[in-house]
Ligand binder design. Structure first.
Ligand SMILES: [Zn+2]
Ligand SMILES: [Zn+2]
Length: 280
């Protein structure tokens, strides 16, 4: 399968001359399987450009899997061109809630006064799915999801297709307030989802020093992401959800430090950038 990065910025879209190389759009990843099955992971601002390419140039339903409903993961959805096409059948998968259904929660954004069009008035046909504990299939891909450590109901995803596997944990603090290296696997959030995957896309929002100021905020430092990638034995690690305060030059420094610190068995880690494409 092929993985394409349409947005890898965390928290807030960050356009400008200092973020040209890694990109300023928030979380959006496209996974395309060899049989043509296409799944979009999160609907940050990066989904806008993806949608422009898909409009009038696709067949079959669109599947969007949301990790959680923080604004940086859903704010692009109102600007995703296929939702204005009555031919579109769009399946949206996301975390369950005992309080409000997934469409009710999304409609809090896609409604007045935050958005000019109500979710129920959009031309596309929507089908909403609460993600269950059991694995499920979309086209030729097998999906698995589980709650992971981040404020509010948040899922990590594992996708297996074409003899390969990826895990997507863009907002994740695998252990809060304790050294990850001192924990056994059962105490590490997200371990089972990431274990042995060919590609892990993982939160690496902070430097080690910044992390100390943000313990419990639900994000990882670069070194935590590396420890998590090494202990889960992943083939490749893609560092994701870059902090809005970090310029391209600072992210280059994170990349260099990640290479220095990497102790895993797979390829050295890479920082995600907008426009990146990898065949797994
Ligand atoms: Zn986020
Ligand atoms: Zn979040």
């Amino acid at each position: 399968m092929v993985v394409r990065i349409w947005g890898c910025r965390g928290s807030l879209a960050t356009p400008g001359p200092e973020t040209l190389r890694y990109g300023g759009n928030t979380s959006c990843v496209e996974v395309e399987c060899d049989d043509g099955t296409r799944v979009i992971l999160d609907a940050g601002t990066g989904i806008r450009v993806l949608g422009r390419g898909l409009a009038g140039n696709r067949s079959g339903p669109i599947h969007l899997c949301l990790t959680h409903l923080h604004l940086d993961h859903i704010e692009g959805i109102g600007f995703f061109a296929p939702i204005f096409d009555p031919q579109t059948e769009m399946h949206i998968w996301g975390p369950a809630s005992t309080v409000r259904s997934l469409d009710e929660r999304l409609a809090r954004y896609l409604s007045a006064p935050l958005f000019p069009v109500e979710l129920r008035d959009l031309p596309a046909t929507f089908v909403f799915h609460d993600v269950e504990d059991e694995p499920w299939e979309i086209g030729g891909a097998r999906f698995e999801a589980a709650p992971i450590s981040h404020p509010g109901a948040t899922l990590g995803y594992r996708i297996e297709a074409d003899g390969a596997s990826i895990a997507y944990l863009p907002d994740h603090e695998p252990a809060v307030g304790v050294e990850l290296d001192n924990l056994t696997s059962d105490w590490v959030s997200g371990f089972g989802l990431a274990q042995g995957v060919d590609l892990l896309i993982h939160d690496a929002q902070y430097t080690d020093a910044e992390y100390l100021e943000h313990v419990g905020w639900g994000h990882s430092s670069v070194s935590q992401a590396l420890s998590f990638g090494a202990m889960t034995g992943v083939g490749r690690l893609l560092l994701f959800h870059h902090d809005p305060l970090h310029s391209d030059d600072e992210l280059d420094a994170h990349q260099a430090r990640a290479h220095e610190l990497w102790r895993g068995s797979g390829a050295p880690p890479e920082l995600a950038f907008e426009g990146m494409e990898r065949r797994i």
